[in-house]
Design a protein around this ligand. Structure first.
Ligand SMILES: NC(=O)C1=CN([C@@H]2O[C@H](COP(=O)(O)OP(=O)(O)OC[C@H]3O[C@@H](n4cnc5c(N)ncnc54)[C@H](OP(=O)(O)O)[C@@H]3O)[C@@H](O)[C@H]2O)C=CC1
Ligand SMILES: C[C@H]1O[C@H](OP(=O)(O)OP(=O)(O)OC[C@H]2O[C@@H](n3cnc4c(=O)[nH]c(N)nc43)[C@H](O)[C@@H]2O)[C@@H](O)[C@@H](O)C1=O
Length: 324
């Protein structure tokens, strides 16, 4: 079985690759193919076509995307819609042309309307207006679902989509402005402890609710969904509703999240909130009953996952310092 993992240097693609490598090392007959973006720019149609025709993988896992937090999405909307649409169109269409029958692509919980009923079920898709801070990214992600559905309908392929909630873990992006909230707070609280600062600023009001899933859980869920037999997947997803939510099933407010990160990093100062920064969607909790019915639930409690991620972050910082 020859599998192409697109985006293997990213947080999720990296975790998926590690789990596939472990299966291969345990004796499963797997050939794993990867390319960095420098080796293969997935927005380049000709390059993707040549790659797919040359490699002819049996399966494709699409975890490559332009990804970022609320400010990155809001600041670079053209890049978020263009790059994600191009990556999806090129990878999905060229995989199809090269004879790939089975593919899994990753979407996002932001595909659902800003004010969707909570928890958000798969059939909330396209029932209302999107959250403006990430609408371009969400439109691209919705297009990815519809691409898979359309190829399945017209050509009988088996292309599947998983919709992750907010993810975190080893390999995350800790950029101070462009990252998601959890890595941003880990970095900011860590720095505050180092510098003995008595106040940490958190963006927005602290009231938005978010659900967080550890990346190893996400990787396991992705491989679980890819591994389901076609009959089971189609029975559960029904025609025209091909995507499956992936989440932990519980959420916390951003204030509660900040309190967890403060505990984990040992920060004891004051928390303050900068309401001039956007809150984004008021709440984004996934309904994960479809995945649970199929037999998969998340394993990592949030605080345990944050502790592990913080250890990874510190080890990484040490490594970076040593490399300088
Ligand atoms: N992180 C999160 O909280 C969430 C993520 N998701 C989705 O999960 C998937 C994985 O996200 P995540 O792992 O966090 O993202 P990362 O930013 O960690 O990784 C994305 C990867 O995509 C690759 N990539 C980006 N652009 C190109 C390109 N033009 N050509 C080739 N490769 C490219 C990069 O490769 P390279 O390193 O070689 O440059 C990078 O390693 C995405 O689809 C994302 O939308 C969904 C919900 C939440
Ligand atoms: C996964 C998902 O991620 C994005 O949506 P989001 O959930 O709004 O993502 P976020 O993690 O950046 O913010 C969550 C909340 O947290 C608050 N917040 C506080 N302090 C910081 C902070 O320091 N950094 C960030 N980024 N947010 C902060 C922030 O104001 C917001 O209320 C999408 O654009 C899209 O990419 C997508 O699919």
């Amino acid at each position: 079985m020859k599998i192409y993992v697109a985006g293997h240097r990213g947080m999720v693609g990296g975790a998926i690759l590690r789990q596939l490598q472990a299966r291969r090392d345990a004796g499963e007959n797997l050939e794993l193919i990867t390319r960095t973006s420098a080796e293969l720019d997935l927005t380049d149609q000709t390059a993707v076509r040549m790659f797919m025709q040359a490699e002819q993988p049996d399966q494709v896992i699409l975890a490559a995307a332009k990804v970022g937090g609320i400010i990155a999405n809001n600041s670079y909307p053209a890049q978020f819609i263009y790059e994600n649409l191009m990556i999806e169109c090129n990878v999905i269409h060229q995989a199809f042309d090269a004879g790939v029958r089975k593919l899994l692509q990753l979407g996002s919980s932001c595909i659902y309307p800003k004010l969707a009923d909570q928890p958000m079920r798969e059939d909330a898709l396209l029932t209302g207006t999107l959250e403006p801070t990430n609408e371009p990214y969400a439109v691209a992600k919705i297009a990815g679902i519809k691409l898979c559905e359309s190829y399945n309908r017209q050509y009988g392929t088996d292309y599947r989509s998983v919709m992750p909630t907010n993810l975190y873990g080893p390999g995350d992006n800790f950029h101070p402005e462009n990252s998601h909230v959890l890595p941003a707070l880990i970095r900011r609280f860590h720095q505050a402890v180092q510098d003995e600062v008595s106040e940490v600023v958190i963006w927005g009001t602290g009231t938005p609710m978010r659900e967080f899933l550890h990346v190893d859980d996400m990787a396991a869920a992705s491989l679980f969904v890819l591994g389901l037999d076609t009959e089971t997947y189609q029975r559960e997803t029904q025609e025209m509703l091909s995507h499956i939510n992936v989440g932990s099933g519980t959420d916390v407010s951003i204030r509660e999240l900040a309190e967890i990160v403060a505990r984990v990093t040992g920060y004891q100062g004051k928390l303050s909130f900068d309401a001039s920064k956007p809150d984004g969607a008021p709440r984004k909790l996934m309904d994960v009953s479809r995945l649970a019915r199929l037999g998969w639930t998340a394993q990592t409690p949030l605080e345990t996952g944050v502790r592990e991620t913080y250890e990874w972050f510190k080890a990484q910082k040490l490594q970076d310092l040593r490399a300088k």
